[in-house]
Design a protein around this ligand. Sequence first.
Ligand code: PBG
Length: 330
Amino acid sequence: MTFPHVRPRRLRTTPAVRRLVAEVSVEPRQLVLPMFVRDGIDAPLPISSMPGVVQHTPDSLRAAAEEAVREGVGGIMLFGVPDDADKDAEGSASWNPDGVLNRGLRALRDDLGDATVIMADTCLDEFTSHGHCGVLDGAGRVDNDATLERYALMGVAQADAGAHMLGPSGMMDGQIGVLRSALDAAGHQDVSLFAYTAKYASPFYGPFREAVGSSLQGDRRTYQQDSANRRESLRELELDLAEGADIVMVKPAMSYLDVLADVAAASPVPVGAYQISGEYAMITAAAQNGWIDRDAAIRESLLSIRRAGADIVLTYWAAEAAGWLKRGTW
Ligand code: PBG
């Protein structure tokens, strides 16, 4: 009796055979590092809810970005943390050429040129006094179309500052089309749009509030997607493609791998996924408690996001994981 003949375990017997048959892998070029630059500090400031991640000074940003590029990351997504005094109801510091984010972009582009892809978060929440991604109407609701006008100003200022790619993350209807028109009118035809296409309202953004010093009043449920919904992401995909998105994104990543798989199957353009602050914090906290193996959990999480269909992964571990890959310690 020699049964079973078919033994899937044969392809799991050694590390070499597992490596041979692995369906997906991670490469440094696929990893994008989100970074924070802050005004008014003279040393990098740790973010307590994201152990290992800091708010950078303009100088430490440049050094850390160069290091990440040496490790081979595919890009850098920059967020600005303005002084509280520079926040207002409109988020006007976001389109000031001397605002913290635009100065950071200029510094990165000066240092790095085209050696990596410099991306900018195009969203008002870091810059508004109320912490919403847009401006509010008289009743305190986020006003979609009035917000689009500000996104256009912000996006052009970011392109002027040297961003190769904008990441509109506010989930306003029409944001991709408005940014495309504004960039083209300003002569920035080659600046591309990495659209946050399917962005869900989620408690997993919690640590990001501390990262950008924002105290959101209320929630985002009137403009970000409801976690009960899957199909609606395909509608968002159609719209963003029609409006001119160059790359599309699903966010958060780990709670939305089904959505990511749907979008990846339907998208004719590259697909990204953002492993957000709360995902980072969960793995880090569990590892600090000795409950999980940190590095193995990071590897598995990144592989699962690739397996679900992401071509590009935004992760706070981008530089570290790229280093493992480069040195063969993945
Ligand atoms: C909006 C923006 C956010 C993130 C990326 N762009 C925050 C939010 O929508 O609440 C999330 C990043 C993270 O949580 O790691 N500026």
